[in-house]
Design a protein around this ligand. Sequence first.
Ligand SMILES: [Zn+2]
Length: 623
Amino acid sequence: MAGRIRDEDIALVRERTSIAEVISDTVTLRSAGGGNLKGLCPFHDEKSPSFNVSPARNVWYCFGCGAGGDAIKFLMDADHLSFVESVERLAARAGIQLRYVENDQAAPRAARPQQGQRQRLVAAHAAAVEFYQAQLGTAGARPAREFLAQRGFDRAAAQRYACGFAPDAWDLLTKHLRQQGFTHDELVTAGLSRPSRSGTLIDRFRRRLMWPIRDITGDPIGFGARKLFDDDGPKYLNTPETPIYKKSHVLYGIDQAKREIAKQGKVVVVEGYTDVMACHLADVPTAVATCGTAFGADHISVLRRLLLDTDDVAGEIIFTFDGDAAGQKAALRAFDDDQRFVGRTFIAVSPDNMDPCDLRLAKGDLAVRDLVARREPLVDFALRHVINRYDLDTVDGRVEAMRRAAPIVAKIKDREKRPEYVRKLAGDLGMEIEPVQRAVLAAASGQPDGGAAAAPARAARPAPGADSPMSLVEREALKLALQEPVLAGPMFDAVEAAEYQHPVHVAVREAIAAAGGAAAATQGAVWVEAVRDACADLAAQALVGELAVEPLRIDGEPDPRYVSVTIARLQWGSVTGRIRDLKSKIQRINPVSNKDEYFALFGELLSLEQHARALREQAAGGL
Ligand SMILES: [Zn+2]
């Protein structure tokens, strides 16, 4: 295992790296004047750009959430890489050969198996892409070539998307990669090979047409594989979850589409690899597809940053569906995933129930462009879909349709659009506006955050039980601070004692602060002793001893991602508590006689709710 990268090489990487280019791979930047650039922060939820990049000083900083650093730090935070991995990725980009120094200290903690792992797994995939591509020219790959040709893809198209063929053999790829120096463990971790029942290593994909799946920067991180022979199991297989392949984030084609998505401010979400290819070739260069999973919140956050989705710049997401029930269901589910996007989500359903690939084959490129151009707002689509299920000729049918449709209108985030949709719905149902409006208002107030009943004030709220979810999260955060202060310190220290709910946890958090804070600590018994000494009472002292040895609730070594998820969950609990309190307070204020206070609290509530959403996203980011 390689040791530490030489300091002068790290300095060289910093010097030769264009921070604007690195960040532009994931965040759309525009001029902020004075040579600086700005965009939407990838680390918190925001509507107007407070994420700033200074190419002259080679740093970035977010005025919204306080995150900041150099290019190395950006990759660590944005792509969840280790320091070494970030440096390695930037070095490869800048064409710098890194030199390593062996650790002369006692053996480093076993905690560094991650060193350079990402780069190795990407390199294994790059070699696999070449291998599969070469196989596509062999005699055995004829069904794969025919499949592509039958769908209108010539050799140039196959090359552009690096399509390949996994041969009809047990371990050709595995042997090939082993010869290139990739280890047994690397191939298994990458998801390229798997152990057979007899224990030998075999290829994961056999007798299939292969599409390399790349991350936003173009690094190959996985494969989509389509079966070509009837008896070969599921139609599509994908790379399993690996350290570099997370299906909830992956979008096929995003490496090729990202510039156009940013430029046009729109993205077209299709369902398959061939649909992405067909769209791009038909001059709809903004198409991407999810890989083996439904479109979800993580995909949205990847796209929002490209779309620069702000109050003054509105991005569009267009879903294409071939009109079947599954597609419609997926479209309607988009409501639940992310309501901020409802007003900017469009549906394009092909009139002949054809997907873009079929459509291009049958009717040509223009038909694909037309399909996208004829998009319909998601709200209209959803309302039509619901209303169509009822017999509007009967009073019962109309009333039931109204009840089902009202929640959809109530969910429209853009409140100014609501009256318009109330009128439209009333018209479609053939009813008066008034009852429809009442139904929408009732649906709106029934929502979780819409008008929650008054909660008791914070001081009166009892401490959560020791085994409540919140209590477990608090314990976990304290364990990280005691057991992994070097890793967790800075993030842990940023959360104050007041954000803990369980009194004894508050006491331990205060003791950690009194001992100088986790960030200043070094690993080991001295640190735990210092915290124990700083405890104000025996209960806290006993708990410190307990938490210092209790295993973390994660398999394997904790990483920055685990710390960030744990801390986000902790803060989320505290923020939602404050939201409850604030709501109750607002309800008790007379908005007429105490206008200033009312608006101040209301503003606070809005920003807390935004904070809570960002934390929920962060907290969902890993476990
Ligand atoms: Zn930020």
